[in-house]
Write a protein that binds this ligand. Structure first.
Ligand SMILES: *Cc1c(COP(=O)(O)O)cnc(C)c1O
Length: 469
């Protein structure tokens, strides 16, 4: 055994032979990996198989090379980027698990600029005094939405939490039973209310809520009236909800604020481009609602953030809540949001410039043409494995936006020649192992790649030869 151990090189010898590895991963990391590899070999030899070290039979140089190969593999694997770009062909444009909105180029450049060095994030260049990070986007938000004031936090969940905690802690908030939504599992209105320190008062019924239901619940303990956009479902049939205007008027009569969690944050009327109408932030404010909260990375098409707009007095109160400090956004978000908002000043070019809106309004003929052009390369790549055709399909907007409405689209349809559940999931998994993983959707025995969100076909075709066998 001792003789076998003595065949193992020392860590110093291994390091001497590993200048290449050290230049990539650093001496400490490489040394640590060699120590682990040597320990493992010794343990294997003593525990189970005294001959294990003989597997390294060969010259000292060959043993060093073998250990180096093992360590290189481990280091390469451990140091591979964990967060990587993927190609989203799921048919869901705003996919929360795939990072939601793709940013416009101007926003990406702005992020790079502020990331590279110092900036006037909270510094007033005119006075030389301390500034306010919201100030960089507040004017644009005011202009676009018509609000008196605005502030920005980490996401819309944070916006709702901060608003409720500021305006309603230890007090009652009546909400319609039809609006007690859950969004993506961890965001549920009743639980957020509780965390914000306020008491939810359920009003009305699941399908019908009337103004008098709110009226009956208002008392000295009522902090505000709240509406929540039922983003990811719709109640159909015998329904009744109270309008923003009626809620706002009722709140005014009782001298309490009205709040609406809009979710998606549509800043322009999307029906102009043939998309379903979604209540805009401006419409909600015009109806008299005092405070509106919405996401930056849903239909707005910007960076992840939560935006709160409304009356100056209430926004001022919200901004001075110490919780704001814990929920604030960083300089890169501000930089990106500013650039995205700037694009809203020119509605005519909006759909070209904001990727989310470009994908949502992509003409069906263009999507179909893209699908057609991919049949041949995919057929060649999957010869003997799967049948490749094109097929109409339906895209979803996603992220709880406009849940009912689907958009006519076109996809590449891939059907394994020997259909089985495992051949389908295996094939889908192989596409996920491409250098830029491709994510599709399974339906009725086929894989569907919806091409609405493909930027350009070469992105996909150029890596097909790397599809794992
Ligand atoms: C999406 C959504 C939220 C949460 O927004 P995030 O930006 O994902 O935190 C809250 N309320 C409604 C109504 C939503 O649609």
């Amino acid at each position: 055994m001792t003789a076998a151990f003595s065949k193992l090189p020392s860590v110093d010898k291994l390091l001497l032979a590993s200048a290449d590895l050290i230049s990539i991963y650093g001496r400490t990391e490489v040394k640590h990996s060699f120590q682990k590899a040597l320990m493992q070999r010794r343990a294997n030899a003593t525990n189970e198989n005294p001959n294990a070290l003989n597997a390294d039979a060969g010259s000292a140089i060959e043993i060093i090379e073998a250990i180096k190969r093992q360590v290189t593999q481990i280091l390469d694997r451990e140091n591979a980027a964990k967060l990587v770009p993927v190609i989203n062909l799921t048919g869901t444009v705003l996919h929360t698990n795939l990072g939601r909105a793709e940013l416009p180029e101007t926003a990406i450049n702005a992020i790079q600029q502020v990331a590279m060095g110092f900036s006037n994030l909270e510094y007033d260049l005119q006075t030389g005094q301390r500034g306010d990070r919201d100030s960089h986007v507040e004017d644009l938000l005011r202009k676009i939405t018509g609000a008196e004031a605005a502030t920005v936090v980490n996401n819309n969940a944070a916006a709702v939490l901060l608003t409720l905690n500021t305006l309603a802690a230890n007090k009652q908030v009546p909400v319609s039973r039809g609006e007690l939504v859950e969004i993506g599992g961890s965001f549920r209105i009743p639980e957020v209310m509780q965390r914000a320190g306020c008491h939810l008062v359920e009003v009305g019924a699941t399908n019908r809520t009337h103004l008098k239901d709110y009226e009956q619940q208002i008392n000295a303990e009522t902090a505000l009236l709240m509406k929540v956009h039922t983003s990811n479902y719709e109640i159909l049939g015998f329904t009744q909800a109270v309008s923003d205007k009626d809620i706002a008027t009722l709140a005014d009569q009782h001298h309490i604020p009205s709040v609406s969690d809009l979710g998606s944050g549509t800043l322009v009327d999307l029906s102009k481009w043939g998309l379903p109408y979604e209540t805009t932030v401006t419409d909600t404010l015009k109806a008299g609602i005092d405070v509106v909260t919405f996401s930056g990375d849903k239909l707005l098409g910007g960076p992840q953030c939560g935006i709160i707009v409304g009356s100056s007095a209430l926004i001022k109160q919200i901004k001075s809540n110490p919780m704001k400090r814990a929920l604030r956004v960083d300089k890169m978000t501000i930089a990106a949001l500013y650039e995205v908002l700037k694009l809203y000043l020119d509605p005519d070019t909006l759909c070209q410039n904001i990727p989310t809106l470009r994908y949502l309004t992509k003409p069906l003929a263009d999507i179909r043409e893209m699908a057609d052009s991919l049949v041949e390369p995919f057929t060649n790549c999957l010869a003997g494995i799967a049948d490749v055709t094109t097929s109409p399909c339906e895209s979803q907007i996603g992220s709880g936006s406009l849940p009912i409405d689907l958009l006519a689209s076109y996809s590449l349809k891939i059907t394994p020649l020997q259909p089985s559940d495992s051949s389908l999931t295996n094939l889908l998994a192989r596409f996920r192992k491409l250098p830029t993983p491709v994510i599709g959707r399974l339906k009725d025995g086929s894989i569907y790649f919806d091409l609405r969100t493909l930027k350009n076909p070469s992105q996909l075709i150029d890596q097909l030869d790397k599809l794992p066998k």
